[in-house]
Ligand binder design. Structure first.
Ligand SMILES: [Zn+2]
Length: 316
């Protein structure tokens, strides 16, 4: 019967997470169940970076469509969700300095031009997409308001209030990695141009900065060079880690007092050490907020580096 055929029709969604070194793709079925993943290297150009990057991203999806085991073809794609490392408002990328996206370029329109007008296309800031992914996949129904803090090499923050992502008028809402928290003389310059932003003292690069500055050295290269010895009881490493997570707790205390989310999720590589990290954060948070004894739960994010593309398709 004709209508039975329609119900069995294959339908897929593609989630894309554009990072500074790789573009990650997630393939989802019509129920948004993850079926496959692949990635390509990010090539950042000096000129026309936006256009060329978009082309390579769409080429990679087309190549996948012509060669995969899951029955994904160009005509079965119902939606494409894209996470970009820069501010995004109303489905438009404003800029993304890490990938040299400096000009206005309509990635949504170009994606529709290549895959068809009927394909639903959404673009998000990457930290926001990750927050949506964690929320829609693992927390929706149980909680309404969350804050995701991704402590990767850099720091990303995504805010969901009453089940809705908050982007702000100009895409700046949730850009808490650029809240100035280090007012000391040795504060480090941030990529945004300011000095002493959260990102300079928290997240992978920030932890390294804090340690090397505290002990006037350059032996720490990655966050794990500090976190692992700290966990084993090395007092110097632990003091540096505590200092970094204390800065983070300043920002979390602000988040808590602004909208009191039920959950603070910690993601990114730094979160791999689980409760060792969350306990230190909670200790410092409690030192800062006295007005209540009820604190948001601080939990480890579950989707790891898949959160971005999960989120990018989750509302298509
Ligand atoms: Zn900054």
């Amino acid at each position: 019967m004709a209508f039975g055929k329609k119900e069995n029709e294959k339908k897929f969604y593609i989630g894309v997470d554009v990072g500074g070194t790789t573009i990650k793709f997630g393939v989802f079925d019509k129920n948004k169940k993850f079926v496959d993943g692949f990635s390509v290297d990010t090539k950042v150009r000096k000129k026309d970076a936006e256009k060329l990057l978009t082309k390579e991203m769409l080429d990679a999806i087309e190549n996948y469509c012509s060669n995969n085991k899951h029955g994904v073809t160009k005509s079965t794609i119902a939606g494409i969700g894209i996470a970009i490392p820069g501010p995004v408002v109303n489905n438009q990328v404003l800029r993304a300095v890490n990938i040299n996206w400096n000009k206005k370029y309509d990635i949504v329109e170009e994606t529709k031009r290549r895959f068809g007008k009927k394909v639903n296309v959404r673009v998000y800031n990457d930290a926001n997409a990750a927050a949506l992914g964690e929320y829609n996949k693992t927390l929706k129904g149980k909680y309404k308001s969350i804050c995701l803090m991704t402590l990767g090499t850099a720091v990303g923050v995504g805010i969901i209030i009453d089940g809705k992502l908050v982007e702000g008028k100009n895409g700046v809402a949730g850009e808490l990695s650029h809240l100035k928290v280090d007012f000391s003389d040795e504060a480090v310059k941030c990529n945004c141009g300011n000095v002493g932003c959260l990102e300079t003292v928290a997240g992978g690069r920030g932890i390294v900065n804090v340690y090397n500055r505290m002990y006037n050295t350059n032996i720490a290269k990655e966050a794990k060079d500090v976190i692992r010895p700290a966990k084993k009881g090395d007092k110097k490493a632990l003091a540096a880690l505590e200092k970094s997570l204390n800065y983070l707790s300043i920002v979390i205390s602000i988040v808590m007092l602004v909208y009191e989310p039920e959950i603070i999720l910690i993601g990114g590589g730094v979160s791999n050490e689980g409760t060792f990290i969350t306990k230190i954060i909670m200790k410092h948070l409690k030192e800062k907020v006295f007005i209540t004894k009820k604190f948001p739960k601080i939990m480890i994010a579950k989707l790891k580096n898949k959160a971005g593309f999960y989120g990018a398709v989750s509302e298509l």
